[in-house]
Design a protein. Structure first.
Length: 370
């Protein structure tokens, strides 16, 4: 009997420290490999190794990108894959992952708590999960954030209006994400985006929704307004199947024909832009100068771009590129840019070599940047 126990212990020691050259060597190790070693190099290898140690009814593991062995003090990192989440988090060979979001991993008594399983259980909606790690060089404990990629939940599509229907160029489109779980919430927007009509329909849009609330129901609607009057709108919100994935939702707007272009008072619109963008009332003859541009063939959109690209407006943003592109976006779309949109705006501004007028005109003409 003692001889059998001794043989099993030697096999366990051999299996725990033998380099994993191939999956065939893992298969040969069989039962002896499962209790003492966990491989998190990728989902395919880890699932093969841990299948006999962990019940089949478990959450999917997350690929941290390490070769590791389970110990009584945590998961010891043997190697780190280049370009992996582990490398981006700062993990190195010789480190030991003590716990995941406060939950111990490795061998706890005679039970294995797989690091991949715990990552899947503890990761938040943004793909983040903290690791408590013992540094293999210093022996000190440090918290390292692991960041996993998350699936996009963006909602995008095309807004269509009846063919031939004209709306004033100053009109603004508002697309809203609604929580319609309760009837009294139907007009409460979780998030919304605004687009200038400018060049007419169809118009592309994109919304980046927040994390969904379990058991809640969501829908999207849109409307076109000018000077506080609703000109077009969706007949009813379009219900979404979920907010857990990227999806396309095309919307059709309906309504009465818009007022004739002559109903728009250019001088009033110009004065409003000057007050809003420059934070002051128009100076003597300033409105007349812009009206003269209209008489020479420029559009109201050109006037808006001229004010937004002026030196005075730029100086109000401290002559700072990032502040400037952020505020132009907010003025045109009604919401601040997301980090990804800000990076796109910065790249557009740099491509324009700091010439602000074409930068603003491009934003007016194109759909909201992603």
């Amino acid at each position: 009997m003692n001889w059998i126990i001794s043989t099993i212990m030697k096999c366990l020691q051999f299996a725990a420290f033998r380099p994993m050259a191939s999956l065939s060597s893992v298969a040969l190790a069989g039962l002896f490999l499962a209790p003492g070693m966990s491989v998190a190099q990728d989902a395919r290898v880890r699932d093969t190794v841990a299948a006999s140690a962990v019940p089949s009814a478990r959450p999917a593991t997350l690929p941290l990108g390490i070769m590791a062995q389970n110990t009584a003090t945590g998961v010891e990192v043997v190697s780190v894959n280049p370009g992996s989440v582990a490398q981006a988090s700062g993990l190195q060979a010789g480190d030991t992952i003590v716990n995941v979001a406060g939950y111990q991993v490795g061998m706890v008594g005679d039970r294995l708590y797989d690091v991949g399983d715990e990552l899947a259980r503890r990761v938040d909606s943004a793909g983040r999960v903290p690791l408590l790690v013992r540094n293999g060089r210093t022996g000190g404990l440090v918290s390292l954030p692991a960041q996993f990629g998350t699936a996009s939940r963006a909602i995008n599509g095309v807004l269509n209006a009846p063919q031939g229907l004209q709306v004033p160029p100053t009109s603004v489109i508002t697309v809203r994400l609604l929580d319609v779980t309760e009837p009294q919430w139907r007009d409460v927007a979780l998030t919304q985006g605004q687009l200038p009509v400018a060049r007419g329909f169809p118009v592309s849009y994109r919304l980046d929704p927040p994390a969904p609330t379990p058991a809640h129901r969501y829908a999207v609607d849109a409307r076109v307004e000018d000077a506080g009057h609703v000109l077009l709108q969706t007949t009813s919100p379009v219900t979404l199947a979920s907010l857990d994935r990227e999806q396309r939702v095309d919307l059709t707007l309906a309504g009465q024909a818009a007022p004739a272009p002559t109903a728009v008072v250019p001088s009033a619109q110009i004065q409003q832009w000057i007050q809003t963008y420059l934070g002051r009332p128009p100076r003597p003859y300033e409105t007349e100068v812009w009206l003269a541009d209209l008489q020479q063939g420029k559009s109201l959109a050109d006037v808006q771009a001229g004010i937004l690209s002026s030196s005075e407006y730029f100086e109000r943003q401290r002559s700072n590129r990032d502040l400037y592109v952020t505020d132009v976006f907010r003025q045109l779309y009604g919401v601040p840019p997301t980090p990804a949109q800000l990076a796109d705006l910065q790249a557009r501004y740099d491509r324009a070599q700091g010439v602000r007028l074409p930068f603003v005109q491009q934003l007016q003409q194109q759909q909201q940047p992603r």
